[in-house]
Design a binder for this molecule. Structure first.
Ligand SMILES: [Zn+2]
Length: 240
């Protein structure tokens, strides 16, 4: 029997859940937000871990006016997720720092908190929701994969989340983060070249060599130890 052809513009339904189907967060408003400055709209998505013991603890803190912190979204270990600030508004998640020479990251970004202490892997339901949410936000605001960054990328030495357990490669493979460069990379590792490559990749904050190396390793090779090596430069080359 021939399959009926759907009329133009009507999506074909499938038993497989679509990765683009709409997600419905639990609306749990935070008072900690303001307007985006200078007419800015989101061009970045900043990923965080909560460093707290439970999603409920994080939710309480992110909605407490005393603490003056928030994020647009929080995703729990079991995939439950909450929205605390409208995407059009400026949540208070990034703080001081810069990326590609630009500051006021809060006015330029959407902030997503992941319920994780920083010491254990991120659960599959949580990663699954994160991926679906990223796709939707990236589509809504035309954000390039290179615009998906970690808090530690823009605040080296001050912030360490989403941390060494976060699976950046998974996001890269799914075009949800900028792909790292050639694993062969350069043969030598002069610090000047490292700093230039890191800056070109976005790591523009004014920090010392060691702090910069720690931040780059946290993102690309958290197992890396000791002095600068050519392997530290490789992920920063030929990024797309
Ligand atoms: Zn953070």
């Amino acid at each position: 029997m021939a399959m009926a052809t759907p009329a133009a513009g009507i999506p074909v339904h499938s038993a497989v859940p679509s990765t683009t189907e709409s997600l419905s967060p639990i609306w749990h408003p935070s008072p900690n937000f303001g307007p985006r400055r200078d007419g800015l709209t989101p061009s970045l998505i900043v990923l965080h871990y909560t460093a707290m013991d439970s999603a409920q603890d994080a939710l309480d803190r992110l909605c407490d006016p005393v603490h003056e912190v928030s994020a647009h979204y929080l995703i729990g270990v079991d995939g439950t997720f909450w929205q605390m600030v409208r995407e059009r508004d400026r949540a208070w998640h990034a703080g001081a720092g810069e990326w590609h020479g630009q500051n006021d990251i809060n006015s330029r970004s959407i902030g997503i908190e992941l319920d994780n202490t920083g010491r254990h892997p991120f659960s599959e339901p949580q990663m699954n929701v994160l991926e679906r949410l990223l796709r939707q936000i990236m589509h809504r605001w035309a954000i390039h994969p290179n615009g998906v960054i970690g808090h530690s990328d823009m605040a080296p030495g001050r912030k360490f989340d989403p941390g060494s357990r976060f699976d950046w490669l998974r996001l890269e493979r799914n075009a949800l983060a900028g792909r790292r460069g050639d694993p062969e990379g350069p043969r030598d590792a002069p610090v000047d070249q490292f700093r230039a490559l890191a800056r070109a990749a976005g790591f523009s904050a004014d920090v010392d060599d060691e702090t910069l190396l720690s931040a780059v390793r946290l993102r690309y090779r958290p197992w890396g130890k000791g002095p600068l090596r050519s392997a530290d430069l490789a992920p920063l080359t030929k990024q797309t």
